[in-house]
Every structure is written in C-alpha cells, then in structure tokens.
Design a protein around this ligand. Structure first.
Ligand SMILES: C[S@@+](CC[C@H](N)C(=O)[O-])C[C@H]1O[C@@H](n2cnc3c(N)ncnc32)[C@H](O)[C@@H]1O
Length: 298
C-alpha cells in the first residue's frame, strides 16, 4: 500500500516554503496531493477551487516533467477571497511563472460553466470548493462525464466539520461517503486532524458511474445553501446533456423540493422546539412538557 504523503517528498521540498503561506492545506495534505500526482502521472488535471493558487503551484510543480501533462483550474471568483486585490491563482504568476506554460486558468464562474471547454479524458480532479452541501456533489456530477475510467478525484476538507465552527461544512464528506468507488484512499491523520484524515482520494471507474444515482439521492437531503438561478441553470444544462432523461427528471424533482424547502423556512419557535426534542435527554423533554401543560402553554 503506497503512502502517497511520503511518495517522492523531495519533489515538493524546493518550493514548499514559498507555497505554504498561501495554501489552505496542511503539510501532510500538500505532500499527499503532490505524491498522488507523482505516483499516478496524470496527463489532464482539473482543479476546482483555486483561491490564491497554492494547490495549483503544487500540482504544476508535480507535473513539470510529465510530457503532455496540463492543469486546468477553475475558480468561481475573479479575485482571491483571501487577497481581494489579486486575481484567483495569483501565486503561480507571481512566484512560479516558469510553471505557467502547462496551466489554463478559468476565473469567474462555477465548474459547470467551463467543463465543456475543458473537455473529456480528465485523469485527475482536485476538488476543493464551497464545502457546504450540496456543492461538492454538484461539482463532481458535472465533471464525472468528462473523467476517464480509472482516473482519480482528490477531495480536500472531508473532515473539516470536526472543527465546531465548521460543523455545517459537510459537503465533502457527503460526497466521499456516498460515492461508489473501487478504491478510497486517505493518508494517516496528521497532528492537525481530529481523528480522521481531512483529505482523501477515490478512483473513478465504471462502478462509480453505475451507482451514480447514490449521489443524486444524497442531493435530496436539504441543502444548507441556496444556489442562484444562473448556477442552477448551468448545472441543469450539464445534467440534461450528459445523464439519462430519467436522471435529469430526478434532478429537476430535487430542485423543486429544495425550492419548496427554502420557500418555507422554519420559524424560530418551531426550530427551538425541534432542537430541544431532538437533542435533549428524553426525561428532560417529558419534564418540560409537564411544566408546559401545568402552565397551560400551547
Ligand atoms: C478552500 S478554497 C480553495 C483552496 C485551494 N484549493 C488551495 O489549496 O489553496 C475554495 C475556493 O473555491 C472557489 N469556489 C467556490 N465555489 C466554486 C465553484 N462552484 N466552482 C469553482 N470554484 C469555486 C472559491 O472562490 C475559493 O477560492
């Protein structure tokens, strides 16, 4: 069993200190990403979610000597959300211009907007976007038809929800848990992880496509973020063109139910009541009900 976080570590070492302050990954995760690329030697890579370009620099450095290898990167925003006066991915142009000849950067839209231009035969997808359900699953569904069999998806932040402030950042784990794959890989958790590794990779093969309905099913779980019509139209276009009519119809039904849920938000009273009922000790709940009845509170 290869430990990708240890595979050809010397490849990343020379640029490590320049990249680290701008990358959103931990040390172990950066070596995992670099190692898996060195081991698999992919020719066509798609990176969704760029921010400063820390991940892009690691990938470009890893494919430097792989003939014909190219990186396509997509970020939703024109400018980095960390450095708003600089374009997304600025790190590559500022610090590693010699690596940019293998790089195609698309800024200012969701993956669904660019995937048909990027085209097929993707060997590796590096996915690190919103982390709020349903985003990563939607991103993956849009990219899957363009991936080769026996390609890999690397997914960052699969355990980020263990940080109490990020408890709703569930999208990456939902995807990692529900996707069907011949091979799921995670490095050993590092010091910055809470018990479970925060990065993982899974193989995309025929079985992934065969059980893709699992991913559509997971989209029924209420969304934690509302998605604007432009993005939904772009995603629907990709689903309609690259999945079966039944799957597209299923997806349209899911959109309808999510619209209904967002149109009927929970009231404060209702959510407090549910929260107490679901989380409190049953004895406490019965006790509170008794008090309520004795006070004749409805
Ligand atoms: C966590 S950061 C990425 C960090 C980067 N992978 C790294 O290693 O440094 C997430 C990025 O995803 C971008 N993003 C959010 N939604 C996206 C989408 N639907 N398609 C592409 N990029 C998206 C955000 O603008 C943000 O820059």
């Amino acid at each position: 069993m290869i430990r990708y976080e240890d595979f050809e570590r010397e490849r990343l070492d020379p640029i490590y200190d320049t990249v680290a302050p701008y990358s959103e990954m931990s040390k172990n995760e950066r070596y995992f990403l670099s190692g898996i690329i060195r081991a698999m030697r992919p020719k066509k890579i798609l990176e969704a979610g760029v921010a400063n370009g820390g991940g892009s620099a690691i990938i470009l450095n890893a494919i430097r000597d792989i003939d014909g290898a190219e990186l396509y990167s997509v970020d939703y925003t024109e400018n980095s959300y960390r450095y708003p006066d600089k374009p997304s991915g600025f790190l590559v142009d500022e610090k590693f211009p010699e690596l940019s000849d293998k790089w195609h950067m698309y800024r200012g839209g969701d993956v669904s907007r660019y995937i048909e231009s990027v085209g097929g035969d993707i060997d590796l997808l590096m996915l690190d976007t919103v982390h709020t359900h349903p985003w990563e699953t939607l991103n993956f569904l849009c990219v899957l038809p363009f991936m080769r069999n026996d390609s890999f998806t690397v997914l960052h932040d699969i355990s980020i929800f263990a940080n109490p402030d990020d408890r709703y950042a569930l999208a990456c784990r939902y995807l990692f848990a529900s996707v069907v794959s011949d091979e799921k890989i995670t490095p050993a958790p590092d010091d910055e992880d809470v018990r479970f590794a925060n990065i993982g990779a899974f193989k995309v093969s025929e079985i992934t496509r065969q059980y893709v309905n699992n991913l559509f099913e997971s989209l029924i779980i209420p969304w934690n973020i509302q998605i604007n019509d432009t993005d939904l139209d772009g995603i629907s276009r990709i689903i309609s063109r690259h999945y079966t009519p039944e799957q597209y119809k299923f997806f349209c039904d899911i959109l309808e139910i999510q619209r209904y849920i967002f149109a009927h938000p929970m009231t404060l009273k209702g959510s407090l009541k549910k929260s107490i009922k679901q989380r409190a000790n049953p004895k406490l709940f019965t006790f509170l009900q008794k008090i309520k009845r004795s006070l004749r509170i409805k």
